[in-house]
Design a protein around this ligand. Structure first.
Ligand SMILES: C[S@@+](CC[C@H](N)C(=O)[O-])C[C@H]1O[C@@H](n2cnc3c(N)ncnc32)[C@H](O)[C@@H]1O
Length: 203
């Protein structure tokens, strides 16, 4: 039988909400007052950790389903004394649909979500019309999404989905500093073109 992971110690930046069924009172988790951002599928956290260091007043929430990755980011963030990161180990859609309060997110980073390359699996891709409805509930007015992928069909699908939805407009991309380049981009950027798209709620 698999053991249940221990409740994090005092130093941990992992969130352990009392209620997993409804919106979490996220604001009580930070002393910072800057923009609230989510890194969805934050992986091993290279972007999240560097971004937090560059923007100490931002409130950054990393969401990732792999426990080992979350633990690793947690350790690195504590070691680097980054005060502005919190981590949720959970399935992204569940978190966005049920745990993130309405209009909480100013910026949502979605870097290299799993591409599900086979046509028969394409329905599993995160950025779907249904997900745009979830984003509409959770993004603040004028909230922004920064998306990047190395998988061209996924990119084209997202462009098509956005073109069919009048709630969004294109906006300026976030220009990454070199130390913010994500783990996944670092591995793949010399082999394939990277496609980027940034979009914003119209109101
Ligand atoms: C290809 S990696 C990219 C990681 C990181 N964003 C980067 O650019 O290096 C995708 C990450 O998303 C996580 N992931 C995929 N689907 C997820 C889901 N439904 N909920 C939470 N995390 C998910 C995976 O475990 C993996 O760490």
């Amino acid at each position: 039988m698999r053991s249940i992971p221990p409740v994090p110690d005092d130093q941990s930046l992992r969130l352990w909400p009392e209620n997993w069924l409804g919106p979490v009172n996220l604001d009580s988790e930070w002393d910072q007052t800057g923009p609230r951002a989510i890194d969805l599928g934050c992986g091993k956290g290279r972007f999240l950790l560097a971004h937090a260091a560059h923007h100490p007043n931002m409130r950054l929430l990393g969401i990732e389903r792999k426990l080992r990755r979350v633990r690793k980011i947690d350790r690195k963030a504590v070691r680097a004394e980054l005060q502005n990161i919190r981590l949720l180990r959970i399935e992204a859609i569940y978190a966005m649909k049920y745990l993130i309060p309405e209009k909480w997110i100013d910026i949502c980073y979605i870097y290299f979500p799993d591409p599900w390359p086979k046509d028969k699996h394409a329905d599993n891709r995160l950025l779907s019309p249904d997900f745009l409805d979830i984003l509409e509930r959770t993004l603040a007015d004028k909230g922004v999404v920064h998306f990047a992928t190395d998988h061209e069909p996924y990119f084209e699908q997202v462009v098509e989905t956005l073109n069919a939805d009048s709630r969004w407009r294109d906006t300026d991309p976030y220009i990454l500093q070199e130390d913010e380049v994500s783990d996944f981009e670092l591995i793949h950027r010399d082999q394939k073109p990277i496609h980027r798209l940034s979009f914003q709620r119209k109101n």
